[in-house]
Design a protein. Structure first.
Lengths: 147, 147
């Protein structure tokens, strides 16, 4: 088992702004992928994230302003069963986001790719909240020949 | 023990261009920190990377166009003894960079921060090689209230 870990801090004072970017379709479409549908604002709700090359379905496991957790239930085989966690907390003028993508069965080259790409999307989330504009798929920053 | 993993691909055809960005002072100053000194082009050479808040000394363990490895010998306590590896390989029109920062003794919040920050510096390396200009410290993209 191996994990992807990241940390950003968003310069906003209201934790609900960050929470809403994770728990509403409008929020998720603004930083991860424009093709997002489902019920991100409901425990046990399903969210469908789609990209040119495929996508993921997630089940909402935990939903509070301190912790949002999704379990991957369909899509890319290496992702199935893994858990994505967003821990939110205030620190001075920032909301800190501690991110984990846990439960990878093995360390693959694709896992390396996903680690870097998560950092890119976390910066997209930060840009959305601080400057009003993220870079969700298909406008996302490309990191390698995969995407 | 826990690891930080990343992957980028740089759109250049000559692997030596990527290698030189890791094995020369001019290269390292162009994407990681302008305050870099020492002997990056020599096995057992020491490299001193300095930032506003401190820095790291590394010993060059492995040095070839397929693999560059550094061991952290001084600086931030959480980094001491950890190993940073850069595996390079050609894939079509790209040079793929597989990055590992291995040997963290425990998973800390600072490790999460470093994971995201490494992604930022890898993108700086990519920009340097593809567009002629990276964003090394002190011009680096800030990700949180730490830096």
């Amino acid at each position: 088992m191996a994990d992807i870990l990241h940390r950003i801090a968003v310069k906003v004072t209201d934790i609900n702004l960050v929470y809403n970017a994770l728990a509403t379709l409008e929020g998720l479409r603004g930083w991860w992928t424009e093709d997002t549908s489902g019920n991100p604002g409901q425990v046990d709700g399903t969210i469908a994230f789609r990209f040119a090359a495929g996508g993921f379905d997630m089940r909402v496991k935990t939903l509070s302003t301190e912790l949002v957790q999704w379990e991957v239930i369909a899509g890319e085989p290496q992702w199935i069963g893994s858990v994505i966690s967003w821990q939110l907390k205030q620190a001075d003028d920032y909301i800190v986001v501690l991110f984990k993508h846990e439960g990878w069965k093995e360390v693959t080259e694709f896992m390396h790719h996903c680690s870097t790409k998560w950092a890119i999307f976390l910066m997209s989330l930060k840009d959305l909240l601080e400057n009003g504009k993220g870079a969700p798929n298909p406008h996302d920053v490309k990191i390698d020949e995969i995407n």
